[in-house]
Design a protein around this ligand. Structure first.
Ligand SMILES: [Zn+2]
Length: 293
């Protein structure tokens, strides 16, 4: 199949709640910006929501039943739709070399519990689907959200086909690497940040595909997660480095949004705009699908 020129980005209005945490509101203004054509070379596509059964590869049935019974239908629709976007972006990546979904709230979710605004661990779901449906031998997960991705580690840390690289600037949800497949670095100052991203990518060398949790909450103006000195320019450079690495290593990649929160000088539209560099770099990237093994 010939890869499409445009970057497929999965999103639907079902992702968006009217209020509450940015995790479930910011994709609305971001989609509006994308619809305006500000970033050339993208296609916005509505995903099909996941079914509860699809979630049982990463979560306990009791937890999913409890979630569906206890939460509002709007929240369930948001979670199931945005998880469907992660699944569809993964499959699309195998055809196009690149894809994304405007999903967030994934990496803290445990097998049997929600945590830190995260209910379904879409990163673990994507990694396991890459293996089971697409037969991928080495799946890389890069997590640059400000907080650590302890949920992803809990669910797929033991899987020998999954390599994890986590660059954080906050010890929330810290996890302990227990294999040479794992790397976690918590930076102490902005000056260390891009070096840590380079080290994470070095750790992921040799993976067949990359699943990228592109958190923007390290940005200094984010009230949650922000680190002084991590500027828009540094985050734009981070996205350039990640995209260049994918191009140089011919590694198909998909992204999701992850963290990014309002602050004193940052409103919801500003948070949405924080995520544009990820989309610009992915739209620019040229990666053909890897030949099948
Ligand atoms: Zn975060």
């Amino acid at each position: 199949m010939t890869p499409k020129e445009n970057l497929p980005i999965y999103w639907s209005p079902d992702y968006v709640l009217k209020g509450g945490v940015e995790t479930r509101t910011k994709s609305g203004p971001l989609a509006e910006i994308l619809k305006s054509g500000e970033v050339p070379g993208i296609d916005l596509i509505a995903p099909s929501p996941v079914t509860p059964e699809e979630l049982l590869v990463v979560h306990d049935k009791e937890y999913i039943d409890r979630l569906v019974n206890d939460q509002t239908p709007e929240l369930i629709l948001s979670i199931f739709s945005s998880t469907g976007g992660v699944r569809d972006a993964l499959d699309s990546m195998y055809e196009n070399g690149k894809a994304g979904s405007l999903s967030s709230g994934l990496h803290h979710a445990r097998r049997d519990a929600d945590m830190g605004y995260c209910y379904i661990n879409g990163l673990a779901l994507a990694a396991l689907r890459a293996i089971s449906k697409h037969g991928t031998r080495k799946v890389g997960v890069l997590d640059t959200d400000a907080h650590c991705g302890g949920g992803t580690f809990e669910i797929v840390g033991e899987n020998e086909r999954v390599r994890l690289a986590d660059v954080s600037c906050n010890p929330y949800d810290i996890w302990r690497p227990d294999s040479d497949r794992h790397r976690l670095e918590i930076v102490n100052s902005a000056s260390e940040y891009l070096g840590a991203v380079q080290r994470a990518l070095h750790h992921l060398e040799g993976v067949d595909v990359l699943i990228y949790n592109a958190g923007m909450d390290p940005f200094e103006d984010c009230m949650t997660g922000g680190m002084p000195g991590i500027t828009r320019e540094i985050l734009a450079e981070r996205e350039r480095i990640v995209a260049q690495w994918c191009e140089d290593s011919k590694t198909p990649a998909m992204f999701v949004l992850a963290g990014g929160y309002i602050g004193k000088n940052l409103d919801l539209d500003g948070v949405a705009r924080l995520h544009l560099p990820t989309i610009r770099e992915f739209a620019r990237m040229r990666i053909g699908p890897k030949p099948k093994n």
